[in-house]
Write a new protein. Structure first.
Length: 579
């Protein structure tokens, strides 16, 4: 039997540090809390005035005092509304600032962070956990302050009015809370489990829905139905437990409070009949008693909120503690006119599982260097290291004689253009995709020019809105060949010094491949180009070809030289011709 993880204890220091990092508007919190305290103080006066009003009923109705009680009620309600509004504004400012902080952090995290986590779980941190923090700070904390004031204020006034009746309260209320504590503790644990289960379900659902075409083309509806039902059932079982404890907590609390009220009412009625307590005092005492009931329940709910927020704070702190990419630190070094090389590079995604071993290559200015070899050999990983998505485990990537790690990452990536087999297209217009990531403004003529260079002008002009045509999520409204040519046009617009082509013509029909190949030939002119390809037509004209197998380079040279001297490459070429 597996043990359940215990909910994290609330770390006040970590919570304060988290809140301080977003610089909230403390003035709004102070103003809202101050008005809340003022409204609570006004509420505490009402039973005292009611005591005097009821005691005077045997003589005559004190209209002035009655109007004063009504006025206090109205004033208290207005102040309370103002307090709630200000605290609401404060809460929205907190959650917006926290989400901005998390969003900025996420965008600066390295690719390796996203390799280990599902996008849905990350979005849960951004949306659900930040909301939980807001609820505690903007709602839970001010409520507990005003509730404690109301609780202890009412108890203090009750003690002044009649210590005997209050003594009964001091005994019965703690007993009632002792009865509620086990139920509340279990409810908090279930609430924490529900938060974790929701994050997991959100992550799974986000992954499946983002890959819905793969799911359908694989006939995986039944498989994903079962997997989804399993997670929904987990949430359902947690929800059943939550419903049970919520349904128990309500009646137990109500029954206990009713027993206290009836007991005090009976005792008070006896005191009134014996003449040791006035009717006004008993009614005032009961009004204070009802003012205590609300805070007692709210304090229990506050503890549940604290338990939920402890998990949310811990997860947010973990995210914020992750190391980020430094985009601006380093030198600005142009890549054109420089020799790009890898020197004795090793790399492993996971410790002890090497993907690249002692990789060496050299790309001279304006040359074409191709990487070929069996799938899984490490070719795309070489490109990932060149993009600096990951640092080498060992060795260096050099530009001339300078280590690329000393070059500012933003400046480095600005000089690289990548066209891959599945060129990513963002949801939005063609114009948006062409200029994505570029800070300059471009005239329509410039955009049409790069589309023409990429052999994409004709099909874009035929689209209903031209440059402003929506391509859909991941570019589903355009074909694979069209998507590739849009990516090539974007590369033209970036004008990269180093061009990297990762199977850019794979998975295309012959007509699309021909158009994309023409566009690539245009794009490659005057640039250092690195190519990953399986098709001989793409690589035979390369200045240098590196054969990558099992994470290392087993040979390199021009096509004719490799055919002559490298048995595996010769077999590779033979298989290509046979195909």
């Amino acid at each position: 039997m597996t043990s359940r993880p215990t909910p994290a204890k609330f770390d006040l220091k970590a919570f304060i540090h988290l809140i301080a990092s977003i610089h909230p508007r403390y003035g709004q919190l102070a103003a809202g809390l101050g008005l809340g305290i003022l409204a609570t103080a006004a509420n505490l006066l009402v039973p005292k005035f009611a005591q005097t009003l009821i005691n005077q009923l045997s003589h005559q109705l004190n209209v002035t005092l009655l109007l004063g009680v009504v006025g206090i009620f109205i004033l208290s309600a207005a102040i309370s509304a103002g307090s709630g509004t200000i605290l609401g504004f404060f809460g929205e400012d907190v959650v917006a600032s926290l989400r901005r902080l998390l969003w900025d952090k996420l965008l600066k995290l390295p690719v390796s962070y996203f390799d280990e986590r599902k996008s849905g779980e990350i979005s849960s941190r951004l949306v659900n956990d930040s909301t939980q923090v807001k609820d505690l700070l903007a709602n839970g904390f001010p409520n507990v302050v005003t509730n404690l004031l109301q609780l202890f204020g009412a108890l203090g006034l009750m003690l002044i009015m009649d210590w005997k009746m209050t003594a009964i309260m001091f005994v019965t209320v703690p007993l009632m809370m002792l009865v509620m504590m086990p139920i509340g503790k279990r409810a908090r644990r279930i609430g924490h489990a529900r938060q974790d289960a929701l994050a997991a379900f959100n992550g799974e659902a986000g992954e499946i829905l983002s890959e819905v075409r793969l799911m359908k083309s694989s006939n995986a509806e039944a498989q994903e139905t079962n997997a989804g039902h399993a997670q929904i059932n987990t949430l359902y079982q947690i929800g059943l437990k939550e419903a049970i404890y919520d349904s128990i907590a309500g009646p137990v609390m109500s029954g206990a409070m009713m027993a206290v009220v009836i007991g005090i009412l009976a005792y008070g009625a006896h005191r009134v009949l014996t003449g040791t307590m006035s009717m006004g005092t008993m009614f005032s005492f009961l009004m204070y008693l009802f003012q205590i009931i609300g805070p007692v329940g709210s304090l229990g709910r506050f503890m549940t909120t604290v338990a939920k927020t402890s998990g949310a704070t811990e997860r947010i702190q973990e995210l914020l503690a992750e190391p980020v990419e430094d985009l601006t630190h380093g030198d600005a070094l142009p890549l054109d006119g420089q020799i790009l090389s890898m020197q004795h590079v090793d790399f492993a995604y996971d410790a002890g599982k090497p993907v690249l071993q002692d990789v060496n290559f050299e790309a001279r200015p304006n040359s074409v260097v191709a990487f070929v070899g069996p799938s899984g050999g490490g070719k795309s990983t070489i490109f990932s290291l060149l993009e600096r998505f990951y640092p080498p485990t060992k060795g260096q990537i050099l530009v001339g004689h300078q280590d690329s790690a000393a070059i500012a990452l933003k400046d480095w990536r600005q000089q690289i253009g990548l066209v891959s087999q599945d060129s990513a297209i963002m949801a939005g217009t063609i114009r948006y995709n062409l200029t994505y990531g570029l800070t300059r403004e471009f005239a329509d003529e410039q955009l049409w020019h790069v589309l023409k260079l990429a052999y994409a002008e004709d099909f874009v002009r035929k689209m209903p809105q031209g440059l402003d045509t929506q391509v859909g999520e991941r570019g589903v409204k355009v074909s694979g060949g069209q998507r590739q040519r849009i990516a090539i046009a974007r590369a033209f617009l970036r004008d990269p010094k180093l061009l990297m082509l990762d199977e850019a013509t794979a998975s295309l029909d012959s007509e699309s491949e021909m158009m994309v190949q023409k566009a690539l030939e245009q794009l490659m002119r005057g640039r250092t180009t690195l190519v990953i390809a399986h098709r001989l037509s793409t690589i035979v004209g390369a200045d240098d070809i590196y054969f990558v197998e099992n994470g290392h380079i087993s040979g390199h040279g021009p096509h004719a030289q490799l055919v002559k001297n490298h048995a595996l490459y010769r077999e590779y070429v033979h298989n290509q011709f046979a195909a």
